[in-house]
Design a protein around this ligand. Structure first.
Ligand code: UDP
Length: 161
């Protein structure tokens, strides 16, 4: 069915979060997912996959000329990843704050990268960095049918309506 609880502008914003291969290897999928659940965001898509290089090159298109690009692709194809779509008010910006600075050296304690990683080459997690980027990335990694439109029973305890 279709969600009826969309009264507040921006409540249907969505972002793509991915647990990278090191995060899966280190069994951090549960803890990372838990942070987004306990924050109050709504999970609308989730799957595990071996990322195809073609999809990754589209995902990281803007970084294709960076010196670290080849090693980034090697890293991201080194094992399965878990991709998820989270929905809620200001979810794109809030998720970036929750995952912390790209470089774990700069990432604050309490963020995913700050708590679970040391080096920029193995920083455990991805989150879209803009609303437009999120829309592009969600389309890249998910079929429309894989995104669930459902009502959270505690919606009115999270939002005004
Ligand atoms: N990365 C890296 N070395 C660098 C910069 C980035 O290995 O000097 C990797 C790192 O995994 C990072 C990803 O490339 O998460 C994408 O970089 P971006 O600048 O888009 O950061 P993000 O959006 O992931 O925070």
């Amino acid at each position: 069915g279709y969600s009826t609880t969309s009264g507040i502008p921006g409540v249907r914003e969505r972002t793509l979060v991915a647990v990278k291969p090191d995060g899966v290897q280190r069994r951090l999928v549960g803890q990372i997912t838990q942070r987004f659940e306990q924050k109050g965001f709504k999970l609308v898509g989730l799957k595990m996959l071996q990322a195809p290089e073609e999809q990754l090159s589209q995902h990281y298109h803007e970084l294709r000329r960076k010196p670290f690009y080849p090693s980034l692709l090697h890293y991201m194809t080194s094992g399965p990843i878990v991709v998820m779509v989270w929905e809620g008010y200001n979810v794109v910006r809030t998720s970036r704050i929750m995952i912390g600075d790209t470089n774990p050296v700069e990432a604050q304690a309490g963020t995913v990268r700050g708590d679970f990683s040391i080096h920029i080459s193995r920083n455990v997690v991805h989150a879209s960095d803009s609303v437009e980027g999120a829309q592009r990335e969600i389309q890249l990694w998910f079929h429309r049918k894989e995104l669930m439109d459902w009502d959270c029973c505690d919606h009115s305890s999270t939002y005004q309506i």
